[in-house]
Design a binder for this molecule. Structure first.
Ligand SMILES: NC(=O)c1ccc[n+]([C@@H]2O[C@H](COP(=O)([O-])OP(=O)(O)OC[C@H]3O[C@@H](n4cnc5c(N)ncnc54)[C@H](O)[C@@H]3O)[C@@H](O)[C@H]2O)c1
Length: 362
């Protein structure tokens, strides 16, 4: 069993909780599961023991209901009833709620009336639940809230998986703090299973392998979930743009000039709900300077695409913890995250995870 705590019961947490239940119900028949066996840990070993949020439609509710509370709008494919006994606790708001989310009618934030959690109450809940791994699903731009929950994890002695583009695992200062506490930290910012970033990286890598020139490229993304509404606030996007852009830059033959590569969330389209549409374009030159343009339009349910990576990351964090590994874990982060401590080719990242799992199994 892997006792797991969740910070932020939004759409990705919903897909994660449903996904683990889906694995419990379907075993090896679970659809498109990544890394079914990680050193003896299977997805069905994940046990949610604590969860934190700051919206009154979620706090105080059973986790099984909070995952479907408004404004969550991802696919419902399981009922989450395995975790009807876990109550969502109050977190601390800090910078977790952006102006666009605060002001939106349907998606708007509803503060809890019973008051926010404190550092002491959150650490106590983590300890009382015997959580071993915590996963951070704060909205993009939540620097303070993410650092706050990282502190809570350290104080409670819990390994940390950082799903979002605030740099913790890839920040040497934070990595050292987890190392001092004797805890592993994985991150930052999940790649989707087949998401826009990995597709874009694969295209850039293809051009590199065939020695074709890419002159300029963009990846524009739109979606209708709270994540996209939050990202309308350009001021919260600096680290998201950096994370996505570096992920593509690091796969290129030579770095793009900044003006020739534009990547990022571009708009909120409410009727798309949890669907994300990505438009990728590459313009370049083949032999003799002959022009080539490639266009990809990808349409994908956003949250399960990240949740499957969480199902792997939680088990890898637990395995790293079992082995007494501390601090950042470059070998097992590069395949799963856009901004890992060390960028590497995706096939190399995959190979290192398999090597890690193999080593652990013996
Ligand atoms: N969907 C993907 O493919 C993908 C990939 C990589 C990373 N991510 C990132 O994962 C994160 C979560 O995404 P999501 O779609 O679930 O977002 P979401 O907006 O649906 O969920 C965020 C949740 O956090 C809660 N919250 C906000 N501030 C809080 C605080 N201070 N304390 C506790 N709870 C707080 C909100 O009430 C909400 O329930 C985002 O940063 C997103 O960019 C998503």
């Amino acid at each position: 069993m892997i006792r797991t705590a969740i910070f932020g019961v939004g759409n990705v947490a919903s897909a994660l909780v449903q996904g683990v239940q889906h694995c419990r119900r379907n075993g090896t028949e679970a659809v498109s599961l990544l890394l079914p066996d990680i050193g003896g840990y299977r997805p069905e070993d994940i046990e949610f023991v604590a969860a934190f949020d700051i919206d009154r439609r979620k706090v105080g509710e059973p986790l099984s209901q909070a995952i479907f509370a408004c404004p969550n709008n991802t696919l419902a494919f399981e009922d989450g009833s395995d975790w009807s006994g876990v109550t969502v606790s109050a977190g601390r708001i800090l910078d977790g709620v952006s102006d666009p989310v605060r002001g939106a009618a349907e998606y708007g934030f509803l503060p809890i009336e019973t008051g926010e959690g404190t550092r002491e109450s959150i650490v106590e809940t983590l300890r009382a639940s015997s959580a071993e791994v915590a996963i951070n699903f704060m909205p993009v731009g939540s620097q303070q809230a993410t650092e706050f929950y990282a502190e809570c994890a350290i104080e409670a002695g819990v390994a940390f998986v950082n799903a979002i583009p605030v740099f913790i695992a890839s920040n040497p200062i934070w990595a050292a703090r987890f190392a001092e506490a004797g805890l592993p930290v994985l991150g930052d910012d999940f790649k989707g299973q087949v998401g826009a970033t990995i597709v874009h990286r694969a295209l850039v890598d293809l051009f590199k392998m065939r020695n074709a020139e890419v002159d300029c490229s963009y990846q524009l993304n739109v979606g209708g979930n709270t994540d996209f509404l939050n990202m309308v606030d350009e001021e919260r996007l600096a680290s998201k743009r950096l994370s996505k852009t570096e992920s593509v830059q690091s796969a290129a033959k030579s770095r793009f000039a900044a003006r020739n590569l534009q990547i990022g969330p571009s708009d909120f389209v409410p009727w798309l709900k949890d669907r994300k549409v990505a438009f990728i374009r590459m313009e370049g030159r083949l032999f003799g300077g002959a022009p080539i343009n490639v266009e990809v339009r990808m349409d994908v349910e956003d949250s399960p695409n990240a949740a499957v990576m969480a199902v792997a990351a939680i088990r890898l964090a637990r395995l790293a913890r079992d082995r007494g590994l501390k601090g950042a874990q470059p070998d097992i982060s590069a395949f799963l995250f856009k901004h890992p401590p060390e960028q590497m080719r995706d096939d190399e990242g995959h190979r290192r995870i398999l090597e890690f799992i193999g080593r652990c199994a013996t």
